[in-house]
Design a protein around this ligand. Structure first.
Ligand code: ITT
Ligand code: MG
Length: 204
């Protein structure tokens, strides 16, 4: 029988990406379930200083509350000219959690006078797996690029319309899902976690 794996994200588009990458990895014996399939539990504040700490906060609380192995992602955009911010504050950069349009507008305004040569940035994802009684694993993935001067494309979510991946002539929001997953911070972090997920499936 398959091991249930709670994929703990309240961001529907991020959740879809996580499920897609898990699917593509073809890990036999894992059945991903969402937060809507387990009883409600209180959310803990994502107040860690790093993506890895926050990913662990989320995965630990999901595993503790449900007794089910839990996978969580914490991610964001680290902009060179802003000393790595918005970073762990990416989801609420303009003040209101998850307001992508306001976050993008504020980021653009902050970078108005930053020349093209200094608009470097990277998406970072930390993916954490916490198994009750079975340990914790965290893997990080990075996707380097730069911040555009105006939004382009309708795909993805968050800062994707403003992110030009290194070596690409299309913004992240102009890529197909498969193209984004192959290159993205989240795709890389989750693929690095695949051995731990396979071990979990085999243990059961
Ligand atoms: O914590 P959960 O419930 O998973 O959902 P969230 O949206 O709050 O997720 P985070 O706390 O990890 O914040 C991540 C933010 O960083 C940005 N971000 C992360 N990955 C991104 C991606 O692939 N493309 C564009 N923006 C991204 C986007 O603004 C997200 O809201
Ligand atoms: Mg969050």
């Amino acid at each position: 029988m398959a091991v249930r794996l709670l994929v703990a994200s309240r961001n529907a588009k991020k959740l879809a990406e996580l499920r897609r990458v898990l699917d593509a990895e073809g890990i036999v014996g894992i059945e991903p379930i969402g937060l809507d399939e387990v009883p409600d539990f209180p959310e803990e504040p994502e107040d860690g200083a790093t993506f890895a700490e926050n990913a662990l906060i989320k995965a630990r609380s999901g595993a503790r509350a449900t007794g089910v192995p839990c996978l969580a992602d914490d991610s964001g955009l680290a902009v060179d000219a802003l000393n790595g911010m918005p970073g762990v504050l990416s989801a609420r950069w303009a003040g209101r959690h998850g307001d992508d349009a306001a976050n993008n507008a504020l980021l653009l305004a902050q970078l108005t006078d930053v020349p093209d040569a200094r608009r470097g940035a990277a998406f970072v994802s930390a993916c954490a797996l916490v198994v009750p009684g079975g340990g914790e694993t965290v893997e990080e993935g990075r996707w380097s690029g730069s911040v555009l001067r105006e939004p382009r494309g309708k795909g993805g979510f968050g800062y994707d319309p403003l992110f030009l991946p290194e070596g690409s002539d299309r913004a992240a929001a102009e890529l197909t899902s498969a193209e984004k997953d192959a290159a993205s911070h989240r795709g890389r972090a989750l693929r690095a976690l695949a051995p731990a997920l396979r071990a979990l499936a085999e243990r059961a």
